[in-house]
Ligand binder design. Sequence first.
Ligand SMILES: [Zn+2]
Length: 146
Amino acid sequence: MEDKSQITDAEWEVMRVVWTLHQATSKDIIEVLRSKKNWKQATAKTLIGRLVQKGLLETEQDGKRYLYTAAVDETESVKMLEQRLFDRICNKEVGKTIASMISESTLSHNDIELLEETLNRKKSEAVEEVKCNCVPGQCQCKGHHH
Ligand SMILES: [Zn+2]
């Protein structure tokens, strides 16, 4: 079985349909994505096959059709995606990156309230300085000390 966290953008599109419909046939998936992706049936079936192989989709046969359900939770998968982003940058850059993401986003008053609550909670856990987690030579911070 392949690494579950290695999910491509195209595979992610398929997962979103299955998460939304709970149970979907390949036809349903193609139908939903028709306006967004101009996939041939074979393309969609290849993507679905890969997701089954990765253990992200489960298959159930229903007569002549195959029904697909998600083997992983949407919230968990989004968390994994966030983790993959933060794994790619220096720990010291995480705050700045989140601030930039907020600046670039369209947010509702409710969203902002949630962010404010989260930040207020984080204030009590704040550290003096975030430690760099990088291999020397992959970010600016360690170069100064060596
Ligand atoms: Zn660093």
